[in-house]
Every structure is written in structure tokens, then in C-alpha cells.
Design a protein around this ligand. Sequence first.
Ligand code: GBH
Length: 496
Amino acid sequence: LPPSVTDLRRRLPADFAFGTATAAYQIEGAVAADGRSPSIWDAYCERPGAILGGDTGETTCDHYHRYAADADLLGWLGARFYRFSISWPRVLPEGSGRIEQRGLDFYRRLLDALDRNGVEPWVTLYHWDLPQVLQERDGGWAARSTAEAFAEFALVVHDALGDRIAHWTTLNEPFCSAFYGYAAGTQAPGVVDGPSAIAAGHHLMLGHGLALRAMRERRPDHRFGVTLNLSPVEAATAAAADQDAARRIDARRNRFFLDPILRGSYPADMVAELPQVDWEHLVRPGDLATIAQPLDLLGVNYYRRFVARAADPSGASAASASPAADTLVDAEAPAAAEPTPHVGCEDVEFVATGRPRTQMGWEIDPEGLTELLLRLHRDYPVPPLYLTENGMAHADEVGADGRVADPERIAYLRTHLEACADAIDRGVDLRGYFAWSFLDNFEWSLGLERRFGLVHVDYETQQRTPKDSAYWYRDLVAAETPRLRGTANRTEVLGA
Ligand code: GBH
């Protein structure tokens, strides 16, 4: 029998922070409203075949017009935090320079609505929606100027809304922006060029450092960090070639971001393996010190583990006889012919371990989360950790009784929160958990079919229906809460 929510709640610290999360482009819609200019995702969605089912973010959850009712729903849910992102092209339609007040006003209205509901904001400044004008004019994140433009955007938002927001993360998942956006080409801007992906990664982290330093100068009392998507990477076998494959994937996905941000250096193995990158020109004196700003928190998004092996060019497996096709994964590791996001790892393939999978094709692996948190705790000088995203996609439907039964998601959330508790028991300073996502939404290149929400969205009627998992999460966050929900922490940080 699964433990009750009370038992689970008791395994987590009394002040453990619960939240839910979304991102602007995935929920807002209203792409041309109030002076917003196109982002790289609007442009990418126009490419024939780029998005599954031909979906776009044009309307998605229409949250731009329904934010007040959505905030009420967050109040009903009762989780203390709501993590959302600010759309850069709403605020600076020209990428830099002219400020669009109507864009800032939208977020001010949202903050008011959250406040009325006792929900604290947790802001992500960049969740992938770069103004298209910066892509066209400068080459987007491949250009150093975009890092400076980002710092300008961050400061505009922080100056305008900083009286109301205590928790700030600069970037969401720079790995995805850089390596899916510029190497695999399966996310906006859809560029396929290894050195550009490395440059994008560096400029994203430089933008993070510049922005964080500038915001902290204004408000040293705020809490600043960045969100990385991290995964344990293991080798399929003890064979040297497979071990080496795992090391290289770990460098690209994890260490390329963790090392500069937390230690001020790039992984030497990866640098040496990519001579086609002009590292001397890319990484200027002072950049690494800027990137390695002290953090008040590190956001971790966890979805899956990777099991890597070196593909034998003859087609036979390095480990055993030829694998059956279904032992190879997955939606995220492209077919052999497609460019890999893992620059310099064209020979690596990923192996399934037989665990049950979600609608994304990702294996459900809560132990991987405990392993990941323990690794961060042991190998890096980490600040307090927050799980800023975790959740599963499932083909949920509203039943005849009006309910959305999603027992799989309840089990997923429960086992991953137990994995958090296991890590905390072993000394990890993990302070909170955000379920991805509050609403079903636009799942990037996989469109509207992949449903991650605690709340079901009918895209015809815009009807919201809390799934069974929303009721479960609501019970969990309400269980044995040993303090008043609401503004306690903001009062502490913002003084009021
Ligand atoms: C996170 O990305 C994001 O922060 C969030 O916006 C997203 O909704 C959530 O997780 C769930 O996916 O186009 O075939 O190359 C997680 C990592 C990386 C998952 C890119 C989808 C693209 C697959 N994402 N991946 S493909």
C-alpha cells in the first residue's frame, strides 16, 4: 500500500517549499498582444514539420487572458510557490532598448492575482523565448552581444517587478537552449552547428553571470540562482569504449554547466575533445569569474537517466550481439541519421533499461534523482538545492464522470518525492520541489499532445480540470503543514 500523504509529508522538512511550474511560451498564447514581438519559437513553429502535429504556441493555454482564474486555481492548489517565466519579447520587443510597458503590466497583474491567492512568485528570466530580432540580427546566443542584451533584460524586469519577487533564476536549462537549439536543431532556433552550440552555451552562462551580478548589486537580499537540467549518466557495460561514451555524455550534459558555474572552469576533457572550437577567442579573460558568481540557490530539473554505449560502426553492439531496435531509446536521442545534441559524441547511443516509460518515452527512474542529488552534494560546492522541475507526461483525458484519473502521475510524484527525502536523509540540502507542470501546455517540438499538467487543459474550450494528481498534491502540501502558508518567506526577504 502506498504511504499516505501525511507519511510522505513527514519525511520532508517542515519548511520544505512546494510549488508548481510553467514557462511563458508554453502557456501564454497571445503572441501578438500588447506590442509583443516574435520570439525564436514563433519563428521555429513556422517551419514545416518542426512541431509534432503542426501545433504552435499561438494560443496554447491562453494564460495571457486567463491568468486571474489560473491564479485562483493555484490558490486552490495551495502550493506556496509558483515558478513562471517572463517573456523577453513582451518586455523588450526590440531585444534591447525600448521597454514595452504593457508587457510589464501583464506580469504586474499576474503578481497581484498570485498575491491575492497567497502564492509566492518564483521567476525564471529566460525560458527559451529569445526575441527573434536578436537571432536575425546577431545570431542569437551564438553571439556574445546576446549575453549583454540578456543582462539588460534581467535588470529591466528586476527594476520593474523586484519589489514583489524574492526568488530569481536567470536561465532555464541552458543545455537545451545551446545543444538542442544549435547542435541537434530540434529546438529553436534550429541551427545545426557544433561550435555554435558551444558558443551559445558559453554566452548563456556569461549572460547568467552578468545578470546575476547586476541584480544582486541592486538587491543583495534577494535570492538568485540558475536552473540546470541534469541527469545521471552511466555506461551500459564495463567495456572501456562504453565507459568513455558515458564520460563524454556526462561532460556535455552536466559538467559543461556545473564546472564553470560552481568552480569557474570548463571540463578539460571536453575542451580537449573539441579542437574545432576556438576556446581562446570564445572565453575571454574575466568570463569565468563572471560565470562563477556565488549562488543563493541552484535549481535542478530532473526527468531521467542516460545509459550510454559506444555504437559499433559495423552495426553490432560493443557489448553483445546486435540489439533489438526496442532496446535503444528514445525521443531525446535522435535516430542515427539525425544530428546529436551531444557535440563530439556522434558515435554514442543510449540503451533502455526496461523500466516503465512515460508518454515522452522516458524511463521512470526515481533512484536516478537520489543519485544525482548525492553526486551534486559530494562533488560540487553547491548552494541550497531546489528541484525546480519534475513530472511526467501522460495521455490524460477527461472521463465521462468529469474526472481525470492519473494514478500513474500520482505514483510518479510520490516516488520522486520519496527520492528527495532519501537524499535529504543522506545529508543533501534540498529545500523544495516544483511539479512540472501546473497546466498541460505546449511541449515545444512535441506540441500539445504531451500532457505534463496537474491540471488538464481542453484546448478547444480552454476548460481547466484538476486531475486526480492535483487533488493529491493539494492534500500533500496541506498535510501537517507546521506553519502558516503564504507570505512568511517573502516577508523575511522583502521586509514587508
Ligand atoms: C524541460 O525540458 C523544460 O524546462 C520544460 O519547458 C519542458 O516542458 C519539460 O522539461 C518537459 O520536457 O525535440 O526530440 O529533441 C526537459 C528536456 C529537452 C525535453 C528537449 C524535450 C526535446 C526532444 N527537454 N527535448 S526533441
